[in-house]
Design a binder for this molecule. Structure first.
Ligand code: FES
Ligand code: FES
Length: 216
């Protein structure tokens, strides 16, 4: 008879430990494989794309990382720093520009998406000697204090007045079957995406109302 004579209980214990070890090893391998699939290799150099941006009537050929926002392309690459970066997540409106006449928060769109579109920034709306009517009204009515939100406010107001002219209703429009009326209530609602940390709202409203020909 052999010296090795394990009883039944010892055999069961030993085989349970062995099976547990194999299962743990298999689990670790699966985890490692999943991690390898979830993390694609990072390219050594950034992938760049060539784009043609049309801004304020001028064309600009740029090589950009496709993740570049329009706001960063305008400010950092084209040095059009009128559009401001307040929040970089679509909450403050300081980066508002016009794309094909529509107001857009430029921090929420990619530069590569805007090829073939007409982009207008505050620099393209008027000149120091020939202000856009809204720029002139903001000066006349003191529609700013620090001025950080002002380019976005003015671009947004240009787009907003166009939306009103086209009869687009807003959340506060009472009768959807009647022509939309410009009013201080409509202005407040439609400009609510543009925040002013200085609280110059009442003067901003006066400026917009004057350009729209509405009595406050
Ligand atoms: S910076 Fe774009 S919405 Fe605030
Ligand atoms: S004027 Fe200062 S944030 Fe609006």
């Amino acid at each position: 008879m052999s010296d090795f004579d394990p009883n039944r209980r010892q055999l069961l214990k030993a085989s349970t430990v062995a099976v547990g070890g194999v299962a743990a090893a298999a689990g670790l391998m699966q985890t490692a494989e999943a991690a390898a699939v979830a993390q694609p290799a990072i390219p050594a150099t950034p992938v760049l794309m060539s784009i043609l941006l049309r801004v304020n009537g001028a064309e600009h050929q740029l090589m950009v990382d496709p993740r570049t926002t329009l706001l960063d392309a305008l400010r950092d690459r084209l040095h059009l720093t009128g559009s401001k970066k307040g929040c970089d997540q679509g909450q403050c409106g300081a980066c508002t520009v016009l794309i094909d006449g529509r107001r857009v928060t430029s921090c929420l769109t990619l530069a590569v998406m805007q090829e073939g579109h007409d982009i207008t920034t505050i620099e393209g709306l008027g000149t120091p000697t020939s202000l856009h009517p809204l720029q002139a009204a903001f000066v006349k009515h003191d529609g700013f204090q620090c001025g950080f939100c002002t380019p976005g406010q003015i671009c947004s107001a240009v787009g907003m007045l166009q939306e009103l002219r086209e009869g687009a209703p807003s959340h506060v429009t009472g009768d959807l079957n009647a022509a939309v009326q410009a009013s201080p209530l409509e202005f407040r609602e439609r400009m609510s995406g543009n925040l002013c940390r200085c609280g110059a709202y009442s003067n901003i409203q006066e400026a917009i109302a004057e350009v729209a020909g509405v009595k406050r």
